[in-house]
Design a protein around this ligand. Structure first.
Ligand code: SAM
Length: 310
C-alpha cells in the first residue's frame, strides 16, 4: 500500500514542509555520497529531506537524525513511531480552522509557545508565511500566518506521514541536541550530512532559528570530524543575485567546494526580481574532484552561467 502511495505522490514523502528543505537538491548532492556507509547522520535535520532520500535508496545500514530544536526531534519521533496518532492530531488541529483567519493560527501559536507540542509546531510550519519558520531567542515561534493558503490538507499530510514512517521505521534513531554532541560517535565507516543555518540567518538581524551557530564553532567541529576520518558533506553558504551569504570555510580543512544551482530565489520572485540561488556543497577529501562551474539539475556536469542581478 505504501509503495502505491509513494508512486501516487511521485516524489518522496515530505511531511515537514520546511522552507529551504534539501528535497529538490537531493539529486545534485547524491552523486557525491559514498555507497558503503554504515551509519548516516543528519545532525541539522529540520525536515530531514536528505535522510528520507538516503533511506529510500538504502544508502546506509542505519540512520541517526537530530536537531537542536527539541519539538522538531519529537515530531520526527512521533511520525516514525506513531504515524496514525500523528496524522489524526494534525487532522484535528487543521480542521479546527474554519477560514484562513489569523485568530485560530495565533491561538495555536500561543499554545505551542506555552507547551512546545510537536504537532502544534507541524501545523504552524504548514500554515506560516512561506513555510519559513522564525523563532525568538527563547525559542518561541514568531512567524505569522499565511493569508493565502490553508496549509497542507490532512489527507495529503497523512500520506506524507505514513510514507516517511514507512521509509524510516526500524532504521532510524532520533536524537536531540547540538550537532557536535549528536555526532560524537560517528566513525570512519559512517557519513555525516550537514545543513546548518546560514551564518547570515543566525548571527545577523534575520534570526530564523532559535540557536546561533558561529563559524569558528562550525570549523572546530569539522576539524574534529576530519581528525576522526569521518566522511561528510556540508551544504553551506549561498549566493543570490550576486549577494553572498556566509564566509568561505578555511582552507586548512582541505574540503572540496562544489557550487549547486538551487533554483530561483522565491523571496526575490515575490519582490518582482529574477534572481538565481547558488549553494555550496563542501565535501571531505576523496568524495569529489574540484569543478569550477555550477552544477544544475538539468546538466549535473555542465557549466551554468550565473546571471548576476543588475
Ligand atoms: C537549514 S535547517 C535544515 C534543513 C534541512 N536540511 C531540511 O532538509 O529541511 C537547519 C536546522 O538546524 C537546526 N539547528 C540550528 N543550530 C543547531 C545546532 N547547533 N545543532 C543542531 N541543530 C541545529 C535548526 O533547528 C534547523 O532545523
Amino acid at each position: 500500500m505504501f509503495q502505491v502511495m509513494l508512486l501516487r505522490m511521485n516524489r518522496l514523502p515530505h511531511p515537514i514542509p520546511y522552507q529551504g528543505s534539501k528535497r529538490s537538491l537531493a539529486p545534485l548532492i547524491a552523486p557525491y555520497i559514498p555507497q558503503d556507509i554504515d551509519t548516516w547522520y543528519e545532525p541539522f535535520a529540520g525536515s530531514a529531506a536528505m535522510t528520507l532520500w538516503a533511506a529510500h535508496h538504502g544508502i546506509a545500514r542505519r540512520y541517526v537524525i537530530s536537531d537542536v530544536l527539541a519539538p522538531i526531534s519529537e515530531l520526527w519521533r512521533t511520525i516514525i513511531t506513531d504515524p496514525e496518532n500523528t496524522a489524526k492530531q494534525y487532522h484535528d488541529i487543521w480542521s479546527g480552522q474554519a477560514t484562513a483567519g489569523t485568530e485560530y493560527f495565533n491561538n495555536i501559536r500561543s499554545r505551542y509557545n506555552r507547551h512546545r507540542d510537536p504537532i502544534d509546531l507541524l501545523y504552524l510550519i504548514c500554515r506560516c508565511v512561506k513555510n519559513a519558520v522564525r523563532f525568538s531567542k527563547k525559542g518561541d515561534f514568531t512567524q505569522s500566518h499565511d493569508k493565502r493558503r490553508l496549509g497542507m490538507r490532512p489527507e495529503r499530510m497523512r500520506e506524507a506521514i505514513f510514507g516517511a514512517a514507512h521509509i524510516l521505521q526500524n532504521k532510524v534513531e532520533v536524537r536531540c541536541g547540538d550537532w557536535l554532541d549528536t555526532t560524537t560517535d560517528s566513525r570512519i565507516i559512517d557519513f555525516v550530512y550537514m545543513d546548518p543555518p546560514y551564518l547570515g540567518t543566525t548571527v545577523g538581524r534575520d534570526k530564523r532559528y532559535a540557536e546561533q551557530l558561529q563559524l569558528d564553532r562550525l570549523t572546530a567541529g569539522l576539524s574534529l570530524l576530519r581528525a576522526r576520518g569521518v566522511r561528510f558533506a556540508l551544504s553551506y553558504d549561498g549566493m543570490t543575485g550576486g549577494k553572498v551569504y556566509g564566509e568561505a570555510l578555511p582552507e586548512h580543512l582541505s574540503l572540496t567546494r562544489l557550487l549547486l544551482h538551487a533554483g530561483r530565489s522565491s523571496q526575490a520572485t515575490l519582490a518582482g526580481r529574477h534572481e538565481e540561488t547558488i549553494e555550496s556543497l563542501y565535501l571531505s577529501p576523496g568524495l569529489a574532484s574540484p569543478f569550477d562551474g555550477v552544477l544544475t539539475r538539468e546538466n549535473p556536469q555542465g557549466i551554468f552561467t550565473f546571471a548576476r542581478a543588475s
